[in-house]
Design a protein around this ligand. Structure first.
Ligand SMILES: [Fe+2]
Length: 144
C-alpha cells in the first residue's frame, strides 16, 4: 500500500496523495511518499513494539450516545502503557474507516496515551495510526 506523510502535521494518507491534508489542510506538495514508514519504526526499535502498537477495542454499544447507532473505538498505546513525559510522548492518534481518515486525537504529556472515537460511519475495518515523538509511527487494523 502507498503511504503519503504530511510533512507539516505528520498525518498519513493511504493509497493516494490527497488534494489537501485532511488534518492541517496543507497542499499536496507537502506530502512525502514513504511506503515503509511503519517498518522503519519496527526495525529501529524492535523492543519498543509492546509500548507502541495500538491496543484497540471495538464497542458497538456506545454509552455516551445511545440514541444513535454509534460504535466506540477505544485505543490505548500500547499493551504496556506508553509514557507521557515531555521528552517522550505520543503526539496523536489518527483513526480511519476502510482506509479513509475520520478523526484525530491530539495528545500532550498532560493526558494518558489513549483516546476514543465515536464512529458515525460504518465499514469493514478500522485502522489506528499513532506517532511517538521518539519512536515514530505504529499502526493496527481491526475488523468492525
Ligand atoms: Fe515511544
Amino acid at each position: 500500500m502507498s503511504l503519503f506523510i504530511c510533512s507539516v502535521c505528520g498525518h498519513i494518507e493511504f493509497t493516494e496523495v490527497p488534494t489537501a491534508c485532511p488534518v492541517c489542510e496543507s497542499s499536496a506538495e507537502k506530502c512525502i511518499r514513504n511506503d515503509r514508514i511503519f517498518e522503519e519504526s519496527t526495525e529501529k526499535s524492535k523492543e519498543a513494539a509492546i509500548k507502541h502498537i495500538p491496543a484497540v477495542t471495538v464497542n458497538k454499544k456506545c454509552g455516551l450516545i445511545p440514541e444513535q447507532s454509534c460504535t466506540d473505538i477505544n485505543v490505548r498505546i500500547g499493551a504496556t502503557l506508553h509514557p507521557m513525559e515531555s521528552a517522550h510522548f505520543i503526539r496523536f492518534i489518527d483513526c480511519y474507516v476502510d482506509d479513509t481518515y475520520v478523526s484525530r486525537v491530539d495528545l500532550t504529556p498532560g493526558v494518558f496515551a489513549a483516546g476514543c472515537f465515536h464512529l458515525k460511519t460504518t465499514g469493514s475495518k478500522v485502522t489506528i495510526v499513532e506517532k511517538c515523538n521518539v519512536h515514530g509511527y505504529w499502526n493496527r487494523e481491526v475488523s468492525l
